[in-house]
Ligand binder design. Structure first.
Ligand SMILES: C[S@@+](CC[C@H](N)C(=O)[O-])C[C@H]1O[C@@H](n2cnc3c(N)ncnc32)[C@H](O)[C@@H]1O
Length: 324
């Protein structure tokens, strides 16, 4: 399949979603036609219609129940700065602002921007809900701590390299569509629709000098993270007489976790935080019941190789996994 096919497949899936809503009485074809006559009108009479064309994707609003779940999955707080990529009528941005967060909608359609600004004022959220008329592919969204989107699979993939370059721990929530081989950290299903959460992973690649206490005394060993693929990684720890490969490796935002059996035969779980070239946290003796905890630290030696998958997505990635 070509990229064009991918777009068609994604659009079909999106339209299938809107058809389901239509069947459920959410979309009235008669009113669509009537409203489409008004599509170019200016505020305050402007009324968008579901399925109207947009620059790269049509407008369909995320239902309220999904908006709420998206904000819950992101664990939105008033300290957050949320950016909705393709913000439509502004409902996600306004909901976030009403929860106390700073929120920005980036929307290409100027009528939808004006409508969103009016809705934000009406909701008493204009101070924290802002809107910009811009193309998401030409906008800087690097200050976001939370990204929301309801786009299409191939658009999510186009954005993926820029999303993976955001600060580790940034939460990304997508209504319906996934990001290729970057597996979501959590998915919620509500009826027939899904919302997916990803945490931008810290880079844990390369060689680390790892220090932690064993029964025999402090250990200082080499941790070699040979491959990181999004939030997964392969790694080995080199002891004096043997090398052992880690189990249960996982990066969740700035948090890292892995288990190894140490020289004493104790299974130890490392859970820590990555900040640049340092890792600090706690190591639990699981063999001893897991209650005993001691600090560990690690320092990266040399450069951090790029996380695999952070470059442009290979052609065909979206359709090889289905349109989800
Ligand atoms: C499916 S709607 C989602 C609206 C809103 N985020 C929501 O979930 O309710 C997608 C929106 O993206 C906008 N859009 C499409 N291409 C865009 C682009 N390149 N830059 C900015 N907005 C875009 C469309 O106009 C539409 O309002």
């Amino acid at each position: 399949m070509t990229l064009i096919d991918t777009r068609r497949a994604g659009r079909r899936a999106f339209m299938a979603g809107s058809a389901a809503w239509a069947a459920a009485g959410w979309l009235c074809p008669g009113s669509v036609h009537a409203q489409s006559q008004n599509a170019g009108a200016t505020a305050p009479t402007y009324q968008p219609y579901r399925g109207q064309s947009g620059k790269d994707v049509i407008w369909i609003p995320t239902p309220d129940v999904h908006v709420t779940r998206m904000l819950r999955l992101a664990q939105l707080t008033p300290q957050d700065h949320l950016i909705d990529l393709g913000s439509g009528d502004g409902k996600i941005v306004i909901a976030a602002a009403l929860e106390g967060a700073q929120a920005l909608g980036i929307e290409y359609n100027p009528d939808l921007v004006t409508l969103s600004q009016r809705r934000a004022r009406d909701a008493g959220a204009a101070e924290r809900a802002r809107f910009e008329k811009a193309d998401i592919f030409e906008s800087d969204f690097s200050r976001a701590t939370v990204i929301t989107m309801y786009l299409l699979p191939h658009l999510n993939l186009r954005l993926r390299p820029r999303i993976l370059a955001l600060k580790p721990g940034t939460r990304v929530v997508s209504h319906e569509f996934r990001m290729g081989r970057w597996r979501p950290d959590e998915t919620s299903r509500i009826g027939h629709a899904s919302v997916h959460l990803w945490l931008v992973p810290a880079n844990v690649g390369g060689q680390w000098q790892l220090q932690f206490p064993q029964r025999a005394g402090p250990a200082s060993v080499r941790l070699d993270v040979s491959r990181q693929y999004f939030q997964d990684f392969d790694a080995a720890v080199a002891f004096r007489d043997f090398e052992t490969f880690v189990r249960e490796p996982k990066v969740a935002g700035e948090q890292v976790r892995f288990d190894i059996t140490d020289e004493d035969g104790h299974l130890r779980r490392f859970t820590g935080r990555v900040a640049g070239d340092t890792m600090t946290g706690s190591v639990y003796d699981l063999t001893g019941g897991g209650a005993v905890r001691a600090p560990f630290s690690a320092r990266r030696v040399g450069a951090a190789p790029p996380i695999e998958g952070t470059g442009p997505a290979p052609e065909g990635e979206a359709e090889s996994l289905g349109t989800e």
